[in-house]
Design a binder for this molecule. Structure first.
Ligand SMILES: [Zn+2]
Length: 102
């Protein structure tokens, strides 16, 4: 038996008018996560809000209401933070580790 994945475009559900703190876009979407019974009834669903513009993701919550509330409280982008070490500053091993198996 082969598993065929149905490519179904999910309907757009505007979650909240609260703009994205990262890019300012006011178009966002409510996502539902989790598995479902064969008839489609969700099992312990989790929700989060995602920005359609920059894909910033709000916290995952157990209800749509909580996810929408949490979206309004996500921290803004930390654009002033120093970037992590550049590749030049990270040491890599040149050689493959010696194998015990001859
Ligand atoms: Zn955004």
């Amino acid at each position: 038996m082969t598993l065929r994945l149905a490519r179904v475009k999910k309907p757009h559900i505007q979650a909240t008018a609260t703009p994205c703190v990262h890019c300012g876009a006011d178009e966002n979407q409510l996502f539902i996560h989790g598995t479902a019974h064969p008839d489609g009834t969700p099992i312990a669903p989790h929700f989060n809000v995602m920005c359609n513009q920059c894909k910033a993701s709000g916290p995952v919550a157990k209800s749509a209401e909580e996810a929408i509330k949490a979206w309004g409280k996500i921290a803004p982008a930390r654009l002033d933070d120093k970037t992590p070490a550049l590749l030049d500053d990270i040491e890599f091993d040149d050689k493959e580790p010696e194998s015990d198996v001859a």
